[in-house]
Unconditional design. Sequence first.
Length: 292
Amino acid sequence: QAELGLNEHHQNEVINYMRFARFKRGLCLKTVDSCFQDLKESRLVEETFTVDEVIDMLDGLQTVVHSEVESELINTTYTNVLLLRQLFSQAQKWYLKLQTDVSELENRELLEQVAEFEKSEFTSSNKKPSADLIKPKLTPLNEGGSELLNKTVAYLQEENEKLKTRLKTIETQATAALDEKSKLEKSLKDLQMIQGDQKNNANQDITELENKVAALKCQFEKTLNDSTANQKFLEENLVTTKHDLLKVQDQLSTAEKELEKKFQQTAAYRNMKEILTKKNEQIKDLRKKLSK
């Protein structure tokens, strides 16, 4: 580390800028001196002057000097902004964020340190500018400084590839699970269709029995009309037949419930229900993973 707490390369850059600032300061001082010299040569041609003439000359000189100094100060400000722009542009290329502390610009101790540094560099040693001090442009960061950044970028790229591979695997598993779910849903629909056919057959048997009862009723009514003597007998037979019908309907209902109960107790039904439950849970888990 050198006098300003910077490495050799950065200190050389500072010296190069100070040389440029000294040159501009010298031009400004020469301009101010020329303003006074012009006043001496153009106005101080008589031996005596009135107070108004002196005030008028001083006002004119003040205006000229004020304009020159203001122009130089503005130009210095713009020059410093361009210098900061170069530094910030280099930092942005490497995704760095530089910060400045404006309050340190008025630190008297640091200003005196810079003054001593300038005095030692430009007055006592009479050093000549080296090749590093007259470079017109800022040089990029060296490889040693960017090694960590390069490693970080490579690591992130590798992690990105791993995540892409993992995502493809999860997508494949999710697609397979959806296909399996579709197959199971189709199988369940087939089972429901079979169960529906069985119910339709049971309903058909009931309809046939009802038709038979209707036919018997018609026959009883016809017999009743034909013979009044057998009316009581026919009425009793009709009541008996109704009881038989209710009994048959009850038996059919019981048989239907037992059939459905036996079907639900079959191994194929339980296995199918188990598989559907597991697949639905797997699909929920996969969806959660995909959402994450």
